[in-house]
Design a protein around this ligand. Structure first.
Ligand code: BTN
Length: 242
């Protein structure tokens, strides 16, 4: 495992995108004290106060994963973060599909994965993780944020926490490598937010009432609407209203 520390960078994901990934050692972590243009899902900005949080990208070569199964990697990464937070004594943890980590109804971690595909496998992956750690104030535009410190009222040593997170990531990644997919699926479903609970969603520009019933092989979210229709959604096709 190699760890690269940057004082300041636009985005650790962007930094990794510019590397020749084939030359980068498996399980290399790039982390930064400051990101000036952190990237979130769907072109959002990832806000993180300098020196307060973990903002990192993990470079993997998951060539054992076939393209249709790439969502397994998202599951393993989310579970690794949940494992870390559980080890810190935090409860009420949920994974909001596809890979946001929540404590109750507040977001504590976001994950942004970019895969490079080759033939039918994942050649390399840049797995960006933003975990709120010691930050206690957030700009008003950040939707529902929370940090570890706000929950436990403790201050964390970031390099130490990074090494704990790296161990959790390694352990879930090894599980994937060993093909323990049922174990990962079960743990993921146990954490999936709103599974079996009827909620309001925005879907195809309409408000619908629907209940999450599961996730299919491709990582699509499966729901049953109040009109008893089965729907399957890719990322960005559905959003929770309440
Ligand atoms: C999300 O929107 O939920 C995903 C956020 C991902 C943020 C992390 S911080 C480290 C890495 N570098 C980035 O620019 N983004 C990811």
């Amino acid at each position: 495992m190699e760890i690269i520390h940057l004082d300041t960078i636009d985005s650790t994901n962007r930094y990794c995108e510019l590397l020749d990934l084939d030359q980068v050692e498996e399980f290399t972590i790039v982390y930064a004290d400051e990101q000036t243009a952190g990237k979130g899902q769907q072109s959002h900005v990832w806000e993180s106060q300098t020196g307060k949080n973990l903002t990192l990208s993990l470079i993997l070569h998951p060539t054992f994963i076939q393209i249709p199964d790439q969502y397994q990697l998202h599951k393993a990464l989310s579970l690794a973060v949940v494992d870390l937070l559980k080890a810190l004594g935090i409860s009420n943890l949920h994974i909001k599909w596809p890979n946001d980590i929540y404590v109750a109804d507040k977001k504590i971690c976001g994950i942004l994965v970019a895969n490079k595909l080759s033939k039918n496998i994942l050649q390399s992956s840049i797995c960006g993780i933003g975990l709120n750690v010691n930050q206690t104030e957030f700009p008003a535009w950040v939707p529902n944020p929370i940090s570890i410190s706000q929950i436990t009222h403790q201050e964390y040593d970031l390099p130490l926490l990074l090494s704990q997170l790296a161990q959790c990531l390694m352990s879930r990644y090894q599980m994937l490598k060993r093909g323990e997919l049922q174990h990962i699926d079960r743990d993921y479903m146990d954490c999936l937010m709103n599974l079996g609970v009827e909620k309001k969603y925005l879907y195809q520009s309409e408000t619908i009432l629907a209940t999450i019933t599961g996730i299919n092989r491709y990582g699509h979210l499966l729901l049953k609407t109040s009109k008893q229709e089965e729907i399957s959604c890719q990322m960005g096709e559905i959003s929770l209203i309440s």
